[in-house]
Write a protein that binds this ligand. Sequence first.
Ligand code: GDD
Ligand code: MG
Length: 369
Amino acid sequence: MKAVILVGGQGIRLRPLTCTTPKPMLPLANAPFLLYVIKLLKTHGINDIILSTSYLPEIFERHFDQMSLGVNITYVREDEPLGTCGAVKNVENLLDSTFIVFNGDILTNLNISQLIEYHRKKKAKATLTLTSVEDPTAYGLVPLDKTGHVLEFLEKPSWDEVTTDLVNAGTYVLEPEVLRYAPQGENYSFERGLFPTLLEDGVPVFGFPSSAYWLDIGTPKKYLQAHHDILEGKIALNFEGEEIKPQVWVGKGTEISSEATIFGPAIIGNNCRVLDHATIFSHTTIGNNCEIHEGARLEGCVLYEGCSVGDGAVIKNSILGKSLRLGKKVHVEEIAVLGDNMVVSDENYLKKGIRIWPETKIEAGKIQF
Ligand code: GDD
Ligand code: MG
């Protein structure tokens, strides 16, 4: 069976990280997020994968080693974004039997084999995986009848339209014939286009409620949560690193001063240096080639590769892109998101969800929230 992974979105809610890297290629526990999606598909015997790209396509194309992953990846670029369903219509010629569609920003351990079995048992033309969430207004609402038929599809409903907590989890099993309803070469979505149209036409569309782990990583808060959940073992992922003490995973070539303190769960990548009196508190993920200088304190944050954190700096619940330079006593807190290659000189306070674009340089003491 083939799978189409939708990876063409611009990931606007994750800017500035996505200014330079498309959302599905952002690191998760120090490996590109998409790698986990590909591995999950592979676990369920799906080796034939179509990546539907649009934004920064070359970053996908030069990354995956198909041989060692044991999968066959076909990259299909859209010149203009075609929308979620338009992207699949665009590869219709490659789809001649039942296939899977995966949104490229979903962290899950969904049992895809069970999903496919359910689709077959119900003789569905389309089966949508559903998950329960606290706030359905950020997703596609999918009420079902008792037999599992989808009654309605309401994308991003208002609260007064909410009749269930079940939402579209962004993984579908489809029969190729449903693509007849989609226009060729036009921007068209599953959520506002195809699914409502199939329902109007009486085509059997089923919902598959799942209690598997599920998270859309599309905002800074959720992206941090994905890391915290992995560190807490809420979803089992195989990430790199040797467990040097309970729940502290450290990569090759990393040196940690005997005067530094690390509280797990935490991940530290390859070739890092953690200097005297630095403290890594729990739920921290540090990429390869990072330096954490004396007395710095990190907690609940994600640092991409090549970052340098100055003496006495504090980073909490925030995300640092690649190769940042933070000076002494810089504070980065409260879901701040800093783009690649920034230089933040001494004693700046970056807090309250601040987002700063890649390459920005901030002089000493300029920002004091
Ligand atoms: N190829 C291609 N072309 N891919 C696209 C395009 C496009 O024009 N637009 C979006 N995508 C990809 C994105 O890269 C992402 O992987 C996926 O489609 C979903 O887009 P998001 O922008 O993340 O959508 P959302 O999170 O607001 O809503 C969708 O996902 C929810 C579950 O997380 C909808 O499907 C909701 O109904 C659903 O509940
Ligand atoms: Mg999303």
